[in-house]
Design a protein around this ligand. Sequence first.
Ligand SMILES: C[S@@+](CC[C@H](N)C(=O)[O-])C[C@H]1O[C@@H](n2cnc3c(N)ncnc32)[C@H](O)[C@@H]1O
Length: 274
Amino acid sequence: MMGRDSTDLTLEMLNEEVRMIWDANAPFWASYMGAEGNSFHRLLVAPSAERLLALQAGEEVLELACGGGLFVKQMARLGARVVATDFSSVFLELARERVAEFEDQVQFVQVDATHEEEIVALGEQRFDAAVCNMGIMDMAEIDPLMRGLAQVLKPGGRFVFTIMHPCFNSSHVTMGVETRDESGEIITERFLKKTKYLYMEPEKGTGIVGQPLPQYYFHRPLHKLLGSAFRVGFTMDGIEEPAFGGIEEPKARVHWPDFHEFPPVLAVRLRLRQ
Ligand SMILES: C[S@@+](CC[C@H](N)C(=O)[O-])C[C@H]1O[C@@H](n2cnc3c(N)ncnc32)[C@H](O)[C@@H]1O
């Protein structure tokens, strides 16, 4: 902690609380996700991340915030060598169990992505690629992550992240359905009402209904999110905004699979300049 000022200390305390919450939620999350993940993971996150990463067998890839290891397993199946990291020791243990059959290809390391030095300790210019699925909005700070990645990726290396879409999927969003009669035709439309975007303090919310503790969300508007990467030498050369497909009949309560016009997930590929 030497050399850290009071802002750093406050952040560090917040970060510790974030970790404690994830340790507490990890078993519930891993069991809810099951063997293949929930619809968000299966239909939106994993396909976009896999396409943008475009892994080649034998490549070495770093995963940050790997959670219960769903994507670790997917990358190992593709023949990648994976260094899987998370700051939650509980999640790491669950992930280790999930990918036991790939133990020759996967190494687990406890890394707090808000600590640049822990990322750099993995090895400078070591990785062909890095990935972080649905984790960045859960991190108290992202500048250390971007700085760390700029050092551990090979020149030209790529970093793919998926995140709750900051424009559509955050707190201060209300989902609704309205039905009207337009000259005899009954029109039903879903809408989102968003009341905050540029300025939002860290807030707690529920990722999965029934989880033991509410988790923190650290909303960042796009210029802050991407600005942090651009400052350390990344450029953006891939983007997807995956959304759910089919339209179901409106229900009393709407949720994300009811929306096909708004992407709840943003998937980005950044590339380190050569
Ligand atoms: C919503 S879960 C996503 C897990 C997994 N990537 C997935 O897609 O299923 C968020 C993850 O971020 C991790 N996380 C949050 N802050 C972190 C930090 N500072 N360093 C490392 N991991 C962090 C949590 O432990 C948790 O595993």
